[in-house]
Design a protein around this ligand. Structure first.
Ligand SMILES: Cc1ncc(COP(=O)(O)O)c(C=O)c1O
Length: 393
């Protein structure tokens, strides 16, 4: 039975549906629609489709369903719905469950686009949003009310790597009947324990570690069958954020190597973070598993590893950070993460540029902060690349 398999076995086999040809590799059903034997069959399918019955690729597709079933098995949730991108998953999960007048509590340290959904989009439609310091359980307790419908957080925040106590927040939220929505990108499905810690809805940008090789955009929402099929699916299938079958196939193939990649990348990330800590050109070295990280204990309890991203605060602000980026040889300047190629990002001028100076300062996104997504290259080569670039600062 699938449920008895270990995560690595699930990530290779769960959800596979073979056609009559018994193909080894999952088939790509590159079709927008499906043919019915009769109008009666079409009518019946529109009333209720069985698990192997499809109507239109915006509603569902066999390759996409394989990806949904595999990630749900891995995450430990009843079901999942795949989306066109991580942001389609974040916005779909929230907007499908909220209406005007609802109250949401959110951690304030968020990826720029997540902040846009919470701060600009939801409030425009009459949802009240209270932002809190996500690492402070007393702040969550003070903010969550009897009428709070949902809480939202990134379990590890982008790019300052704050780790939020998912279990603690879930206990506070559940006491008031609120749904816990966790953006789990930095924790990765390989290290996630979000479902067992109490997250009700878990969203991923599959663009990151799930693909892991920089090819496709994708996202996924994991949750109970009731939430996925009755709340998320109707909203997404009618608003158009479905995942393409080709991208779902890439994500399925990505899941097969997810654990190998994430474990190797996290091991290198810890090695590099430990080696750089205390470097005379750095104000801060941020990595959840470092002894100096303020939430190291929470990270160790709720993540199987420290993740694949480190952030460095380089002394000397933007000029110093840009000199560092320009001096790197192996590590590429881009803005994705979780890729097999190491990537460096300067959040203040890219992913978080939209924020005011004041807001960035409040979130600890200094002009010297760089985020490095550690890839699959040799860790000694990466460390040497970073050290040489720091010498150039
Ligand atoms: C925490 C987090 N959530 C969501 C997203 C959005 O994912 P996508 O680019 O696939 O829409 C990102 C992308 O960087 C992210 O870092």
């Amino acid at each position: 039975m699938t449920k008895d398999w270990s995560p690595r076995t699930k990530s290779v086999h769960s959800g596979t549906r073979r056609s009559q040809y018994g193909e080894m590799s999952e088939a790509i059903f590159l079709t927008q629609g499906f043919v019915y034997d009769s109008p009666e069959q079409a009518e019946a399918r529109f009333i209720e489709s069985g698990p192997d019955e499809f109507i239109y690729a915006r509603y569902g597709n066999p390759t996409v369903r394989m990806f949904e079933d595999r990630i749900a098995a891995l995450e430990g949730t009843e079901d999942a719905f795949a989306t066109a991108s991580g942001m389609a998953a974040v916005s779909g999960a929230l907007t499908s469950m909220l209406k005007a007048g609802d109250h949401v509590v959110s951690a304030k340290a968020l990826f720029g686009s997540c902040l846009y959904i919470l701060e600009d989009v939801l409030t425009r439609f009459g949802v009240e949003v209270t932002f809190v310091d996500g690492t402070d359980l007393t702040a969550w307790k003070a903010a969550v009310r009897d009428d709070t419908k949902a809480v939202f957080l990134e379990s590890v925040s982008n790019p300052t790597l704050e780790v939020i106590d998912v279990k603690g927040v879930a206990e506070i939220a559940h006491a008031k009947g609120a749904t816990v929505v966790v953006d789990n990108v930095f924790a990765t499905p390989a290290f996630s324990k979000a479902a067992e810690l109490g997250a009700d809805v878990i969203v991923y940008s599959a663009t990151k570690h799930i693909d892991g090789q920089g090819r496709c955009l994708g996202g996924v929402i994991c949750g109970t069958r009731e939430f996925i099929r009755k709340t998320a699916e109707p909203y997404i299938k009618h608003t158009g954020g479905a995942l393409s079958p080709f991208n779902a196939w890439v994500m399925l193939k990505g899941l097969e190597t997810l654990h190998l990649r994430c474990n190797a990348q996290a091991e290198s990330a810890l090695f590099i973070a430990e080696a750089l800590e205390g470097h005379n050109k750095l104000d801060r070295t941020l990595y959840p598993y470092l002894n100096s990280h303020p939430q190291q204990a929470v990270a160790k309890e709720q993540m199987g590893a420290g993740g694949t991203v480190i952030s460095l605060d380089i002394q000397g602000g933007k000029d110093a950070a840009f000199r560092f980026l320009n001096a790197l040889d192996i590590i590429l300047i881009s803005n994705n993460l979780g890729d097999s190629k190491s990537i460096v990002t300067h959040p203040a001028t890219t992913t978080h540029q939209r924020l005011s100076d004041k807001k960035r300062a409040e979130l600890g996104i200094t002009d010297g902060l760089v985020r490095i997504s550690i890839g699959l290259e040799d860790k000694a080569d990466l460390l040497a690349d970073i050290r040489t670039a720091l010498d150039a600062v």
